[in-house]
Design a protein around this ligand. Sequence first.
Ligand code: SF4
Length: 162
Amino acid sequence: MKKFLLSACLAGENVRYDGGNTRIECETFRKLVESGLAVLVCPEVDAGLSAPRRPCEIRGEGGGGSVLDGKGEVIDDEGRNLTEQFVKGAYMSLEKALENGCSVALLKHRSPSCGSTLIYDGSFSGKKIEGKGVAGELLARNGIRLFSEETLEEAIKYIEEE
Ligand code: SF4
């Protein structure tokens, strides 16, 4: 069994931008979390943002990678630039993963922080593009294997393997 980083909203914590959560309803997953293998993070709230908060998206091509490389920005739907907080939160998540020996992360799909395959395109129009969120990208760059709730079965199998 492996320790794994887990988006706190998937565990039922009310940390999402809308003040709610996206708890995964699955008995096997619940047992994994209760067994103490899960290390909960919310890059955005950990970095000091409130819940609820304005929705944010990554502006610029390249998703979270462009933000980490100083080219892209994270903005909210009122135009405020929150790049600094998102980068800070990503590094806080990486630190937690390394401290706890997590080689794998189960992260919320499509989030500008936690996304691992798809994110919104920065136009706040609901359009999705390929790319990772800022924390997802930083974790992947540091060798942490990413899964999302869309690949839950695969994630559980991987976490349970010795
Ligand atoms: Fe969930 Fe990640 Fe968004 Fe926090 S930053 S609410 S953990 S998706």
